[in-house]
Design a binder for this molecule. Sequence first.
Ligand SMILES: [Fe+2]
Length: 262
Amino acid sequence: MESKKQLIALCAVAIIIPCLINSRRQQPSPRAVNTSEFEADVIAAGNGHVIKYLENEQRKEKKAIRPSDYRVRPFNLSGKLKGLSDNQIDQKLGLYAGYVKKWNQIENALQTVSKENVASSYSPFRALKVGETYAMNGTILHELYFENLGTPGRTPEAATKKLLEEHFGSVQNYLDDLRACGLAARGWVLTCYSLYDGSVRNYVLDAHNERVPVMVVPLVVLDVYEHAYMIEFGTKRKQYLRVFANNINWPVIEQRVKKWVT
Ligand SMILES: [Fe+2]
């Protein structure tokens, strides 16, 4: 009886192993993995947060703006800020308009630039592609910055407060980290929600397109280029950072948190 059982077990192994080997051989190569499988992996890795990201991307695709048709958005912050003058803001609005203009020029030029003899040392195509992210991020980051200024003296609203306490321990800890990043950065500080792992962190950018984190959504955007504070504070960046923190438009941050996080 015992030897009969062993014989059956051996037969089963003899049939199953070749089947397994064969099925492994029939697996598609990594190149053959289709997009939906990839998205499923990303969604699993992102703990479900990516779903919202993909939905938003699809929505955006439907109303995509033509590359050369970006417009300067109006921002009226006149008299609304405490400690930052209209002149300081106006200078930045002028710079912002310049980025929008350049972004359109670059996208137009990319339609006709030669893709022959392209090199990473220098080529007109490379120059345009590098300029593209610089002008694009320069545009978007300034818009987010202007948007999140206003309503001086307010404190974070419910969803934002909960999020900051969850990830930094307290609102004060968050503001201390923002300030430290503000002193460490050469261009921007972004408080971002990660669509990859659900974390909230402050990131330091040295230029519009340098050290930019991926798969994240900016919730708070802080400009620390000298032009953001020189007129008002000279080289005293610490004073500017204090004033910025007091002028954060927390209702706008709350909208961003509700849109992307909760
Ligand atoms: Fe700026």
